[in-house]
Design a protein around this ligand. Structure first.
Ligand SMILES: Cc1ncc(C[n+]2csc(CCOP(=O)(O)OP(=O)(O)O)c2C)c(N)n1
Length: 337
């Protein structure tokens, strides 16, 4: 294993950044739009009181999941959080079983046991979500260690918020991953607020990426509203991890459009701040870029949008019509047979 330093990896980061093909633009846009549609339609269902439990909306942050997962292989692993729907879709969880799981239905990807925070699909590398803030980070460190022990070139990416970066688990995992040179991407989606608390009230450093220096690994802050910038930074980090150069801390600067959960009145931030971030909307801006750069015709973008809207609507309809799990099944998978 080669050892890394922030200086040596910086050169590769820049060298490996490329352009955007029409095919890539189509694929990135389709994922962004599918996630956005899910969030919009689920919010509407929640407003009608048809959704069981909470919705922690991912709207606004779509470029983070889309860009990072575009840099991963199908057999790479991810671990996400309570705000994980975008990651599930971007990594390849099928829409219908994902949606049925959100509603806690028997035909959900986890049989309705996981709900919004605990879906998983190892067949496409999704090791799970996590309701414990910072709880997924040590799991991901273990997963990355297992990839190393197996001798595979598989990498793991763990997503978490800036609130989680103040947890002990974050610091312990960064230290161990650095010391053991693990193939791991720490992906911090800094949406500025942990529940109702602004990050600047809980840290003297505004940039989480700077914390990488304390552990001797590469850290980078990226515009989390630019899906191509996110993908390129993630590609460079994946390349480092696969080639034995160890972990990277990526900080994606982003914003959640809704509250911490649906129904949160957001009285801890201003409407002006919300409007400023919405001007940088990751879906609208990428759409505009595709048209300006002539990567795809408008008709193709419209077809992508119509398809996502109807597939998400059908998935929600299916979930609403699907049965709850049988109470007699509640203890299945809890005890060894
Ligand atoms: C260990 C722990 N402490 C507190 C909570 C309650 N809680 C749920 S989400 C959240 C905020 C998390 O903020 P962040 O990590 O920035 O993620 P975001 O919600 O912004 O995506 C808190 C404090 C929890 N679930 N787990």
């Amino acid at each position: 294993m080669k050892k890394t330093s922030p200086e040596t990896t910086e050169k590769e980061t820049v060298a490996s950044r490329g352009g955007l093909s029409s095919q890539e633009a189509h694929s990135l846009y389709a994922t962004l739009v599918e996630i956005r549609e899910c969030e919009a339609q689920l919010n509407a269902v929640f407003a009608k009181n048809l959704f069981p439990g909470y919705i922690h909306s991912y709207m606004g942050q779509e470029a983070c999941a889309t860009g990072v997962c575009a840099a991963l292989r199908s057999d790479d692993w991810i671990i996400t959080t309570h705000r994980g729907r975008g990651h599930y879709l971007a990594k390849g969880m099928a829409l219908e079983p994902m949606m049925c799981e959100m509603f806690g239905r028997a035909n959900g990807i986890a049989g309705g046991r996981g709900g919004e925070m605990h879906a998983a699909d190892p067949s496409v590398g999704i090791l799970g979500g996590n309701g414990i803030v910072g709880g997924g980070i040590p799991y991901a460190t273990g997963a990355a260690y297992s990839a190393l022990l197996e001798g595979s070139d598989r990498v793991c990416a763990v997503f978490f918020g800036e609130g989680a970066s103040n947890q002990g688990s974050f610091h312990e995992a960064l230290n161990l991953a650095a010391a053991w040179n693990l193939p791991l991407l720490f992906v911090c989606e800094n949406n500025l607020y942990a529940e109702m608390t602004p990050f600047i009230q809980t840290s003297r450093l505004p940039d989480i990426a700077l914390r990488a220096q304390g552990y001797g690994i590469h850290g980078e802050a990226v515009d989390g509203t630019d899906v191509v910038a996110v993908r390129d930074a993630a590609r460079a980090a994946v390349q480092r991890a696969r080639t034995g150069l160890g972990p990277t801390l990526l900080e994606l600067k982003t914003y959640r459009y809704g509250g911490h959960f649906q129904g949160d009145p957001c009285n801890y931030r201003t409407r002006e701040e919300e409007a400023q971030w919405k001007e940088r909307d990751c879906v609208a801006n990428f759409r505009a870029r595709i048209l300006v750069e002539n990567l795809l015709p408008l008709s193709e973008l419209q077809a992508v949008e119509a398809s996502a809207a109807s597939r998400v609507a059908c998935a929600i309809e299916l979930a609403l019509a699907s049965p709850d799990p049988e109470p007699s099944e509640a203890l299945r998978h809890v005890y060894a047979p």
